[in-house]
Design a binder for this molecule. Structure first.
Ligand code: PRP
Length: 185
């Protein structure tokens, strides 16, 4: 159970648990149809994408495997430079595999752009992106999202894998965090 304290920090629910789960089922069906007759290798971007990948995978009817990568930017000031470092690399080779990168949110696009370049350099059979959330107003680098859950406004959202200071990931919905929590306006 989620403690009431977490819910009290939420200004409004942007996407309910039901909305999220319904959309993930649709995405799972679409991806299963698109990759029919093939095997799919999911790559989850830690840590935010964990919930989404776990739920999405359960809606895939094709054979699939998964691996995880963790990267970190060098802090907010340098984030716009696109400089990131790998905290945890993939465990398995992706050569010749059909890869689906699974992200919780695409914001500036810098993380995804970096991961796409890294993955493409390792000779997979194909690469596509599945993201639960897209915040297009914040984009710095254009990136193609092949499978998208929801486009959202430029608000500070938490829950369903997304955190503020490592908290709120366990909320089953996506909520807008009260500005007083993060010192915003
Ligand atoms: C978030 C999110 C994406 C990235 C998107 O990760 O999971 O990976 O930021 O932002 P961008 O498009 O501006 O690069 P974060 O660095 O917060 O780590 P986390 O997943 O561990 O929360």
């Amino acid at each position: 159970m989620v403690s009431n304290d977490l819910h009290r920090d939420i200004e409004a629910v942007l996407l309910t648990e039901e909305q999220i789960q319904r959309r993930i089922a649709e995405l799972g069906a679409q991806i299963s149809a698109d990759y029919a007759g093939k095997e799919l290798h999911l790559i989850g971007v830690l840590r935010g994408a964990v919930m989404f990948l776990a739920d999405l995978m359960r809606h895939l009817t094709i054979p699939c495997s998964c691996d995880f990568i963790a990267i970190a930017s060098y802090g907010m000031d340098t984030k716009s430079s696109g400089v990131v470092r790998i905290l945890k690399d993939l465990d398995d080779s992706i050569q010749g595999k059909h890869v689906l990168i699974v992200e919780d949110i695409v914001d500036t696009g810098l993380t995804l752009n970096y991961i796409l370049n890294l993955i493409r350099s390792r000779n997979p059979a194909s690469v596509r992106v599945c993201a639960l959330l897209d915040k297009p107003e914040r984009r710095i680098v254009p990136v193609e999202i092949h499978y998208l859950g929801f486009t959202i406004p430029n608000r500070f959202v938490v829950g369903y894998g997304l955190d503020y200071a490592q908290k709120y990931r366990n909320l089953p919905y996506i909520g807008i965090l009260r500005p007083e929590i993060y010192g915003g306006v």
